[in-house]
Design a protein around this ligand. Structure first.
Ligand code: SF4
Length: 85
């Protein structure tokens, strides 16, 4: 089953990182297993292999619609800044 961090209540923000409350590594290459919150701010998909089929997935209800994800705005030149309207 395809899941994202927008769907699971076990995804938590800790300072500038997003971690799995259950201790699973979202990014196996990262020392803490987490990812940068910047990816959330940009509204990136946040789909991770470890979440697919995870027995400890805890639904937050309906997934956050794509148009409501992220709050940074992409400007020409590839820079993110400001907030969406
Ligand atoms: S689906 Fe599993 S690995 Fe992914 S955030 Fe939820 S509990 Fe953690």
């Amino acid at each position: 089953m395809s899941r994202s961090l927008y769907d699971c209540a076990m995804a938590m923000v800790c300072h500038d990182r997003i971690l799995c409350y259950r201790g699973y590594k979202l990014d196996p290459r990262a020392n803490d297993g987490g990812i940068a919150t910047l990816r959330l701010e940009r509204g990136e998909p946040l789909n991770f292999a470890v979440c697919h089929g995870c027995a400890e997935f805890e639904s937050m209800g309906a997934p956050v619609p794509k148009e409501e994800r992220g709050w940074l705005k992409l400007y020409k030149g590839g820079k993110y800044t400001g907030v969406t309207a």
